[in-house]
Design a protein around this ligand. Structure first.
Ligand code: NAP
Ligand code: F7E
Length: 359
């Protein structure tokens, strides 16, 4: 079913299908591919409330000439519908980004997470195997798969997953590698470390912090409850990570890549920097609530991206401190406050060609 379409004029190149187009990465990737001239199809699930907030600015009236963005109802649990969509769309590239992507929540709904973050990958790969058309496949693999493996982590680091989410993603990783080797499908794993943006889901820790900070400044919140402040992550800017996804599907030979910034910081550092940037001391507002602890945690993740630098010519322009400022500026603006503005200036200077719009 065609729901909406967008007009971008310009040359038509390839057709791409994105699962998870309404998510953080899916929304940026859709904009990036439209900018590159692609026709983009996305799968969205039916919900009783609108779930297209991140892509509303690229959706236009379905009757407009020059349509290059189409949405289709589907669910990653529904093989029949996935099959229909792939058969009808006949894409050159499939970006499989849809997932139950929250690690803490995966402990509450492990079976569902296994089906949607794990088995769904096989559902799609099976269709690609049966397809007469050669379709390239991107799997949204995750640094969470490394779990307990000591840092830095790269393409040769063994997986020691520490959550139902990570186990499901490790299953998807190996199915992708097996379909590549067994059936000659161009299928790649992008093993992406944490990447954030103003479009990040509100219950991931970075966004939870920037939102709380804005609410505190606006007098709407007094306390921010968090879990483990000592976990260490490699946080980058989502905009740059979707560019890497696309690069991975343009090579002569399908290979897996680790994507990250190579910098590691704790949750506490994120808190400290974000609050200080807005003129506050986080210690006056943050309390620990053990409900946000995980039964098992990936304590220390940081990427070794040597391979991506060499073979994809991919180097992140935004590192930790800059990311924090970009997110705080956007959040404060969204909350009707005047941001310090350093993040906005960074964006303008580092991205002279800005292919994404509203945040
Ligand atoms: P996200 O914001 O949580 O988006 C997830 C997307 O999947 C949403 O569009 C969601 O739809 C869709 N989805 C969830 N369950 C579905 C189902 N049963 N059927 C159809 N669609 C479903 O995630 P993200 O941050 O953009 O991440 C994109 C992908 O990369 C995910 O696979 C994630 O696991 C993986 N990943 C993310 C990171 C990161 O740091 N962001 C790092 C490594 C890997 P609704 O909008 O309707 O909920
Ligand atoms: O947690 C700690 C928490 O939920 C980061 C997903 O995109 O990246 C993401 O997974 C850290 C963890 O992201 C709270 O324990 C403390 O150590 O923002 P997060 P994540 O679990 O790293 C990977 C690469 C993915 O693939 C996933 O899809 O922050 N933390 N206090 C907290 N985390 C949350 N969410 N909420 C807290 O209150």
């Amino acid at each position: 079913m065609i729901l909406e379409k967008a007009s971008y004029g310009a040359c038509e190149l390839k057709t791409a299908l994105i699962t998870g187009i309404t998510g953080q990465d899916g929304s940026y990737l859709a904009e990036f591919l439209l900018h590159k001239g692609y026709t983009v199809h996305g799968i969205i699930r039916r919900a009783s409330t609108f779930n297209t907030a991140r892509i509303d600015h690229i959706l236009v009236d379905p009757h407009t000439e020059g349509t290059r963005l189409f949405l289709h109802y589907g669910d990653l649990s529904d093989s029949e519908q996935l099959s229909n969509i792939i058969y009808n769309v006949r894409p050159e590239e499939v970006y499989h980004l849809g997932a139950q992507s929250h690690v803490r929540v995966s402990f509450d709904i492990p079976e569902y997470t296994g089906s949607i973050a794990g088995l769904a990958t096989t559902r799609i790969l099976e269709m690609l195997r049966r397809s007469e058309k050669k379709i390239r496949f991107y799997q949204a693999s995750s640094s969470e798969m490394f779990g307990n493996s000591p840092p830095p982590q790269n393409e040769r680091t063994p997986f020691q997953p520490r959550s139902p989410y990570a186990c499901a993603k490790a299953y998807s990783f190996w199915m992708t590698a097996n379909y590549r080797e067994g059936y000659g499908i161009y299928a790649v794993n992008g093993i992406l470390f944490n990447h954030e943006s103003p479009r990040r889901g509100e219950i991931f820790v970075t966004r939870k912090i920037t939102r709380a900070l804005t609410n505190i400044l606006g007098g709407k919140q007094k306390v921010l409850y968090l879990g483990n402040l000592d976990a260490r992550r490699d946080w980058g800017f989502a905009v740059e990570y979707v560019e890497a996804m696309w690069k991975m599907l343009q090579l002569d030979r399908a290979e897996d890549f680790v994507i990250g910034t190579g910098e590691q910081h704790s949750v506490k550092e994120f808190l400290d920097l974000a609050f200080a940037y807005a003129g506050l001391n986080y210690r006056e507002y943050v309390k620990i609530d053990p409900r946000y602890y995980r039964p098992t945690e990936a304590d220390s993740l940081v990427a070794d991206t040597t391979k991506a630098e060499d073979k994809l010519d991919w180097n992140p322009r935004i590192k930790f401190e800059e990311l924090v400022k970009i997110m705080v500026d956007a959040e404060m603006r969204d909350g009707g406050l005047s941001p310090p503005g350093e993040g906005d200036k960074l964006l303008a200077s580092k991205f002279p060609v800005r292919w994404w719009n509203s945040d």
